[in-house]
Design a protein around this ligand. Structure first.
Ligand code: SF4
Ligand code: SF4
Length: 117
């Protein structure tokens, strides 16, 4: 496993989990991820991307929610865990993400090329 892959796994483990409003996917939309994260996601066709983008959706959002939940990108995991990306439905973990982990994630985003998922 590459150094960046190890870092992603580490960051994922340290983003606090919380329960969403059942069936909600209000915060899903066009998101970006690094090439390392993209490598863990199924490849979507250009047409699938275009359709999703036209509706301001994510191509991995299906009828029953996120179809790549176990490998969803960091940005999807961070949402709702920091006041900067607060859940519009008022959900949050008991303890928000630590400032150190949030900074590490920001540094990772800044250091890698992010592409549209
Ligand atoms: S974080 Fe909030 S807006 Fe996003 S899916 Fe969960 S409940 Fe819905
Ligand atoms: S990858 Fe999953 S959680 Fe993230 S925006 Fe797409 S459908 Fe939503």
């Amino acid at each position: 496993m590459t150094r960046n892959n190890q870092l992603i796994r580490y960051l994922r483990r340290n983003i606090p989990a919380f329960e969403c409003v059942p069936g909600c996917h209000d915060c899903c939309g066009p998101v970006t991820a690094s090439s390392e994260e993209m490598a863990w996601l199924p490849v979507k066709t250009g047409a699938e991307h275009a359709t999703a983008l036209a509706g301001l959706n994510c191509p991995h959002l299906g009828q029953t929610g996120c179809q790549v939940y176990a490998e969803r990108p960091l940005i999807c995991r961070v949402f709702g865990t920091t006041p900067r990306l607060a859940c519009p439905r008022g959900k949050r973990p008991a303890a928000m993400i630590s400032p150190q982990i949030e900074q590490q994630i920001e540094r990772y985003f800044a250091a890698t090329r992010q592409v549209l998922v």
